[in-house]
Design a protein around this ligand. Sequence first.
Ligand code: FAD
Length: 402
Amino acid sequence: MRKSYDVAVIGGGPCGAMAAERLGAMGYGVALIDPGNRIKPCGGAIPSRALADFGIPENQLVARANAARIIAPSGRTIDMTIGDIGYVGMVDRAGFDPYLRLRAVDAGAELLTAKLETITEGANGELALTLQPTGAEASNKPVTDIVVRRVIGADGANSAVRRLMFPSSRRPPYVFAYHEIVETPVDDIPDGFRADRCDVIYDGRISPDFYGWVFPHGKHISIGSGTAVKGHGIREATARLRQSAGLGDCRVIRREGAPLPLKPMRRWDNGRNVLLAGDAAGTVAPSSGEGIYYAMLCGRLAADAMHRSLASNSGKPLADARRTFMHAHGRVFFILGIMQTIWYRNDRLREKFVAMCADPDVQRLTWESYLNKKLVRRDPLAHLRVFAKDLAQLFGIPAGQR
Ligand SMILES: Cc1cc2nc3c(=O)[nH]c(=O)nc-3n(C[C@H](O)[C@H](O)[C@H](O)COP(=O)(O)OP(=O)(O)OC[C@H]3O[C@@H](n4cnc5c(N)ncnc54)[C@H](O)[C@@H]3O)c2cc1C
């Protein structure tokens, strides 16, 4: 007999784990399916608000940053201090994802260590799934079949659910992001490195269309870069970045990369029984590449939409997940998309962009919107000032004439 569930959540990353936790807590029969055999390549930076919103305990953080250093192609550096409005928390995905999956299990979801292989839709609207077991005893275990009423595809940028159930034209645009996890030096700490600061490097040699980073992770450091340009040597660029950060001799623990989607899809559901969420639906912020917070939020919104869909026995409410997400964050994503298009084009513009980051209004609005996840409304004049300075930088108007 095939086992049946109300919902199969495919993928136990931040998005799927959150969705499974919420649906489990509502009393639904939930299968959370994850191969559990790979650490997600990720810089691990989350805004402090994520801890409050998703009940993440401080002990999940491996480091905290209270500033960012922005580095221009010329080598000019701008330090952006956060002050007392929050901090950037660093999670290690090797422990963070299993912690989130455990929360889902505690809430009532059943964790199946397996990989989704196929989905077949029956005439009655039910979905039959074949799962390939993974993990320690996988070779002794036969392929598992389960039957579900609904599927949430939270299986990341290369989503199998999207590939199986949506037209291939729906794949969101992406950059490829690569990083190296190295050991943090204990004695010989290089001058340029700080264990409580995130460094962000805008330099065409490191990335011709995105940026590079050096993020502290306590005992480890994540050093990486992203690009959509085929033929850009991202590994060589990362090696150069390690050298210039004074971290070239550190022991490498892992080298890994993955696609980073940069635009939410226009539709996340099939109108009947399947809903994509998180990276699978493309919900990573342009310009910054921030995806963890948005994936967790999407997981919750997907669960709420599923609940309404199951309760009303209709596929229509599935569209609520995207609608609610875009209502809350669509404007910020739009602005970040424009910023990426304008400022990440060449080194001349990158240099100007970094110069703009010296501005106190820009710094305050950047941190407030990153940490609070909304456009700051209480100071509309500051937005106007930033907009005017943005234009002035773009057109090269000298400071005295602005
Ligand atoms: C190099 C790099 C650095 C990044 N740095 C940051 C950062 O500092 N801060 C930030 O906010 N974001 C960062 N991101 C983005 C962030 O990692 C993602 O946006 C986030 O992990 C998305 O969560 P998710 O749950 O949607 O997908 P994922 O985290 O990708 O989780 C998907 C899960 O699905 C599972 N899965 C895949 N296929 C199947 C299948 N067939 N069957 C079952 N399960 C499957 C996977 O094993 C995985 O556990 C970075 C991304 C990259 C690549």
